[in-house]
Design a protein. Structure first.
Length: 215
């Protein structure tokens, strides 16, 4: 038997958490090609050799054969705070948005991308012709330096309380700005891993119909 490379083995040992909490927890259950979006993400991760997968939610409907990490999804949209949705972990972890329809190529990119610290995966202008939205979307954080990651979340909360962000509340893009140390008054669409194919978040059944031709 050929022994797997140490680096590749380390990548496969990372925990993958699919975030399905929050006030819009219905979205990951939307079906595309008769398959719930969250089930698709689990399937594609397994096809890429990932075994340590969990769902972060308090919703009993998310029984898809992987562990559930109970989290606070009781917030309403008015007081929803994205920075509360990252389930606390000390081991290397990849946080993936549960309402995202990932292409197989996007999952492969996320799984195979190495980082010594923190990497961010998203889509932003210029988009590919296949992309379904006209605005940037965050998809995943891959975190090896968990201490730095949660320190950045705390700093982001502090900066938000002092009015440093134009967008209220700050979301994943603002957190990435804090992590990278870029200016806070604009969204800096640089220094991240771009996934500009048809990978996109699904807001409603209309989006699901648009994606029906993809597998």
């Amino acid at each position: 038997m050929v022994e797997e490379p140490l680096v590749w083995g380390a990548l496969l040992r990372m925990k993958y958490i699919i975030m399905c909490g929050g006030p819009r927890s219905e979205r990951p259950l939307i079906k595309v090609n008769n398959e719930p979006i969250v089930a698709r993400t689990i399937r594609l991760l397994k096809e890429n050799g990932i075994k340590d997968i969990a769902i972060s939610t308090n919703d009993d409907r998310y029984d898809f054969g992987v562990p559930i990490l109970h989290h606070d999804n009781s917030l309403t949209w008015d007081d929803f705070y994205w920075l509360k949705t990252y389930y606390p972990m000390k081991k290397p972890v990849c946080y993936m948005h549960g309402d995202v329809f990932f292409s197989p190529e996007a999952i492969k990119t996320i799984v195979e991308t190495e980082t010594d610290s923190i990497e961010f995966f998203a889509s932003a202008p210029p988009f590919s012709k296949q992309y379904k939205k006209n605005w940037a979307e965050p998809f995943a954080f891959k975190v090896k330096d968990t201490k730095r990651f949660f320190e950045a979340i705390d700093l982001c909360k502090e900066l938000d309380s002092k009015g440093f962000f134009k967008r209220k509340p700050p979301i994943t893009w603002e957190l990435w700005q804090v992590i990278k140390g870029t200016p806070l008054n604009i969204i800096d669409y640089t220094n991240y891993t771009a996934i500009n194919d048809y990978t996109v978040d699904v807001d409603d059944e209309g989006d699901a119909k648009c994606l029906g031709g993809y597998v």
